[in-house]
Design a protein around this ligand. Structure first.
Ligand SMILES: [Zn+2]
Length: 198
């Protein structure tokens, strides 16, 4: 990961990350490319809020790319936090690991990777050095996933992974890759919760 993005995450979510002191500096290695930074930040924010609410001492021990998806390993969480990490794993398959744009799983040199059309060619394109954290996306993702977790409880992960007729056959995990998709899901569940327009 680009050092400045990593520094940003470590600074803001220090309490959640199992860091190692190295020459007086706390470090945590995110073993994936920068395109997933917003998804990671949204997931860490959600986790931080939930951990504070429930007084949990959650520590993320590792975050890495595996088979084209983001895997987050942790300890000290509860069911909701476990589900939030599994949801992020499902969503990551629809987010280009290089640039953060919507994408899908493709095979590169025999390995599954999450890539957009621009980054799916045989030649590696230089990564985007100007990626910034997208506060609007992060806020929408946190809002949508919080509602999914409270609405579906144990069934939350399954709900995001399967095609939904309410969204014209789209899978919520793919929709959670964009701000617009997050808002569509939030609006839909919010209506259901309040019994409007069902
Ligand atoms: Zn891309």
């Amino acid at each position: 990961m680009n050092n400045s993005i990593e520094m940003h995450l470590v600074t803001h979510y220090r309490s959640l990350l199992f860091t190692q002191d190295y020459c007086g500096q706390s470090t945590f290695g995110f073993e994936c490319n920068d395109g997933w930074a917003n998804l990671i930040e949204a997931t860490l924010r959600l986790t931080q809020q939930h951990a504070e609410l429930k007084a949990l001492d959650v520590k993320v021990t590792q975050a890495k790319e595996k088979f084209g998806q983001l895997r987050i390993y942790h300890r000290g969480g509860d069911e909701s936090i476990g589900a939030a990490f599994e949801i992020a794993e499902s969503v990551s398959g629809s987010v280009c690991e290089m640039c953060g744009m919507p994408g899908g799983a493709i095979c590169i040199d025999g390995w599954l990777q999450a890539r957009c059309g621009h980054h799916s060619g045989p030649h590696q394109i230089a990564r985007d050095e100007n990626l910034k954290s997208d506060e609007n996306y992060i806020a929408s993702y946190v809002e949508a996933v919080n509602l999914i977790l409270s609405f579906f409880g144990e069934g939350a992960v399954l709900w995001v992974q399967q095609e939904r007729t309410a969204f014209a056959g789209r899978r919520p995990c793919g929709m959670l890759a964009t701000e617009e998709g997050c808002q569509t899901i939030f609006t839909f569940l919010n209506r259901l919760e309040h019994g409007v327009g069902v």
